[in-house]
Design a protein around this ligand. Sequence first.
Ligand code: SAH
Length: 677
Amino acid sequence: MKTFCGRANPTTGTMEWLEQDENYDYHQEIARSRYADMLHDKDRNMKYYQGIRAAVSRVKERGEKAIVLDIGTGTGLLSMMAASAGADFCYAVEVFKPMANAAVKIVEKNGFRDKIKVINKHSTEVTVGPDGDMQCRANILVTELFDTELIGEGALPTYEHAHKYLVQEGCEAVPHRATVYVQLVESKRMWSWNKLFPVHVEAEDGEKIIVSPSEMENCPGVPSVCDIQLNQMPLSDFTILSDVVTMFSVDFSKPVRSASTCYRVQLEPVKSGKAQIVLSWWDMDMDPSGMINCTMAPYWVKSTSAFQWRDHWMQCVYFLPNEEPVLQGEKVYLTACRDEYSVWYKLQKARGEEENKADVRVESPVCRCQAHLLWNRPRFGELNDQNRTRQYIESLMKVLKTDSVCLCISDGSLLPVLAHYLGAKQVEYYFFFKVNHLEDKIKIIEARPELLTSSHLDDKKISVLVGEPFFTTSLLPWHNLYFWYARTAVTSHLSSDVTVLPQSASLHMMIVEFQDLWRIRSPCGTCEGFDVQTMDDMIKNSLNFRESKEAEPHPLWEYPCKSLSDPQEVLTFDFRKTVPQHCLSTEGSVNLLRIGKSHGAVLWMEYHLAADISVSTGLMQISNEKGNCEWNPHCKQAVYFFSSVIESETVSDLPSAVTYAIDFDTKTGEIAMDFKL
Ligand code: SAH
């Protein structure tokens, strides 16, 4: 069956109809899933195996048959571990059909057909009894249903149901328990992801300060978890205010309650400062004794954590609703509240008497100021980046005159406010932004560029057209070229000597070796001795479905890599002219300068605001002779993984160059690329 699905093209802005194969969604899900990452997580796999072996022996020692329930079996891995450890029978439940099918194949290939029954159902639909999916309740419960926030994938309701209906009382659980830890910190960098800091503008008539409205100042933000690779956050970017404390734990071998609840701990700040952020992670004890422990603790808590890279479990950053000054030694209470799927935090000054828990119940954060719906966390960080703002101010000062009529095309941008303070007579602006009572100075035009009329502009011609450019619909760096398409659509409203800022953009490319990110695209072959190649084939097939020749967005400040070539400018886009009819194509080669594994190419955009002012959304610098890269911390870069990795161990076996062909199709706004090593 073929269906068509309409979407606005992120680059060109036009509506397009994509032929949607009925399997499209699941190919997407598999191609971009974290299954490979989990299978590469040696630490996790080893500890599960140890925990499962120990649980099976405990049951056998009691003289019972070991009947395992594995909820969310994925590839069937944990069930195969249980069967190898001597379990008598395993029920492997998997709700996602393509995965359940793969599990059947993998189980068969590894010779466990008689020991493992794959059930393609959600666990809450599984029946027990002589005619049921399971003959009897299980006495070992194995799952891996956790995300970075522990409970975000619905582990609690699943466990609650399983204890009621699918497992015996007193069952063994692997993992046995999970514990959530927190640490209070002050961090201007992380706080800048949630609040808009004042922006200082040096105008001709004195300094102006753009401040955020009080609704924004007091807004608790959005409830979605902020999960990052905290191991990439240098100690210089935050100040520790408290020791690490246990916030709560869940014993998976006992009935679990998923209903909303709060937990409260007392903290004694080890340093005075502004409490802004709660950093959080969890660990799992695979057995009751706690001897087999798998932890997400960051490097300053556990020095070896950097060697246990994983992308499916990272660490969480929670923003307190307001920053609170705390004094060293003066106790405070930290409250964690959770519903079935998410956690949020509140800090309170300690009171003499023990407070009633019901008193401290706090509501889940809901954005009241709209800004947190318009700007995601990296975007907040970008708007708070003073260096970047300075570059825009400098460039605007070069082009704005007192009689400028300025049109800004960018989502949720501060440029109109900057332009106004810097002297533009009239500023026209797409989309909404209301700040500092400039409604009569800045006109917001709610129309698509192609529908702009001279009456929107009070019959004036635009003398300065500005954009960051930034659009919330952009996923890949070049999607912001929508600015060029919008600029083309409003051409008839531009004065003959219009200034366009940025005047141009360029696409840059570099060949890299990743420290760890390569794992997410690398085949697993075998995992803990089990053949999981079926999974590799399935991922490859799904990638080939549409994605394999496409780049994917990753925030590379979180994923260290080393440059193997110099960065190279590959295409330029002249915003002073309209989008051409023909494709923009380039071919060439880059020399490999360093030995290493060529995992792929990274691509990013640079915007040329003025003759000598450019901003990069990608590479900031190559920080040493080893080739370590520093990336723009607010943007995602495009990563194109090579289908095979070329490894050079000595300079003499370096392939001399990588050749590339890159095409920007101006009709579709898509970039196609091909690399040969
Ligand atoms: N157990 C595998 C895969 C873990 S990923 C391993 O450790 O490698 C989690 C899997 O659980 C996903 O495939 C997801 O589709 C499935 N899942 C999550 N909740 C489920 C539920 N309640 N019932 C059945 N499957 C579930």
